[in-house]
Write a protein that binds this ligand. Structure first.
Ligand code: SAM
Length: 326
């Protein structure tokens, strides 16, 4: 029997040599996101991203953890004037738009070293942080301990929490010291986010994920698996996605907004389909219907509309000037 802390088992299961995300089929073979798998969803998401890029005067969109580049295809069609880059853990997908650049990285919390000094950029990370492995802890009535897992998916409590994880819980998780409290420690996500942000000289960093804030941390943990289109137990054996909700407020971004509220603010709601189009151009009519119903799905309360967007403008030139004036 071999016992491994969840954080390590999770890392191996997703990003190891035979990890879940290294498979040729990619995430789309197992689950849908706003970017892919919902007819019209990618087009609606692309509208929002381009609208936000215009607000921040970005000329380059870098889609970090972009799967197989599904959203880049939508972005390329919608805004051919923008420079596009995709980053994920596999080689460049064959059907990526020709004008998009591609960077392959190691995965998890790591940002490829070649990404630095990005300027006039919107860096997007859509459903990245929830698959950055993090320590899982449980309070045994006396102290927080690391939750370990074996190859059959059985859990046990291991060593006491590290000092850094203990501190993160005390600072960020009210009720951390309740017996049986189970905590997915956001420290590794915070650090990964800071590293991604560090690659930007000017622009805006946007992460999008399902998550929680200090006043509503989840009870009992959110660790889940997805396989072949179904939610399932989180088995760390490479066959299954393993994900946990993100503590969005500890990333340090100045703005957090729900997807449904941001879409309203950006004014990207598609027009209702014109019935006359059904006779003159049926395919266009169907596209128009799909766009409208995708907008409804992506803004639904209790569903994708609840996703959080963190929006974090970066200007190192301005930061340096402000620091120098003090
Ligand atoms: C849940 S999927 C989301 C894919 C896509 N953004 C979407 O929304 O459909 C997570 C993706 O993050 C990628 N990923 C995880 N860590 C990464 C890293 N450090 N660098 C690049 N890609 C990463 C995985 O390989 C996977 O394709």
């Amino acid at each position: 029997m071999s016992w491994t802390p969840w954080e390590q088992a999770w890392e191996d299961a997703l990003y190891g040599e035979r990890g879940f995300y290294r498979s040729t089929h990619g995430p789309a073979a197992h689950f849908a996101t706003s970017a892919q798998g919902i007819p019209g969803g990618g087009a609606v998401l692309a509208r929002a991203v381009v609208a936000l890029a215009r607000v921040h005067r970005a000329r380059h969109i870098l889609d970090f953890a972009c799967g197989r580049g599904e959203l880049l295809t939508q972005l390329s069609a919608l805004a051919p004037d923008l420079t596009l880059t995709g980053v994920d853990v596999v080689d460049r997908p064959a059907d990526l738009p020709q004008d998009a650049a591609w960077v392959a990285g190691p995965g998890g919390a790591q940002v490829p070293p070649g990404l630095h000094g990005l300027s006039d950029v919107l860096v997007l990370a859509h459903e990245w942080l929830d698959v950055v492995p993090c320590p899982v802890l449980r309070h045994d009535g006396r102290r927080l301990r690391v939750v370990e897992i074996d190859q059959h998916g059985v859990e046990r409590l291991g060593a006491p929490a590290s000092a850094a994880d203990q501190r993160w819980c005390e600072d960020n998780w009210p009720g951390w010291d309740r017996e049986d409290s189970r905590i997915e420690v956001g420290r590794t996500r915070d650090a990964a986010y800071a590293e991604l942000r560090g690659s930007v000289d000017s622009g805006v960093v946007v992460t999008i994920d399902y998550g929680h804030l200090r006043d509503a941390r989840p009870d009992g943990g959110t660790l889940m698996g997805y396989r072949d289109g179904q939610a399932c137990a989180p088995r760390p054996d490479g066959s299954t996605d393993v994900t946990a909700h993100v503590a969005m407020d500890t990333l340090g971004a100045p703005r957090l907004v729900r997807q449904r509220d941001l879409f309203t603010e950006l004014g990207i709601r598609p027009e209702a389909a014109d019935d006359a189009l059904a006779r003159t151009d049926p395919p266009a009519y169907l596209r128009s219907l799909a766009l409208r119903s995708a907008y409804t799905a992506l803004t639904a309360s209790g569903g994708l509309g609840d996703f959080w967007w963190s929006v974090d403008p970066v200007s190192r030139r301005q930061d340096a000037a402000t620091a120098a004036s003090w």
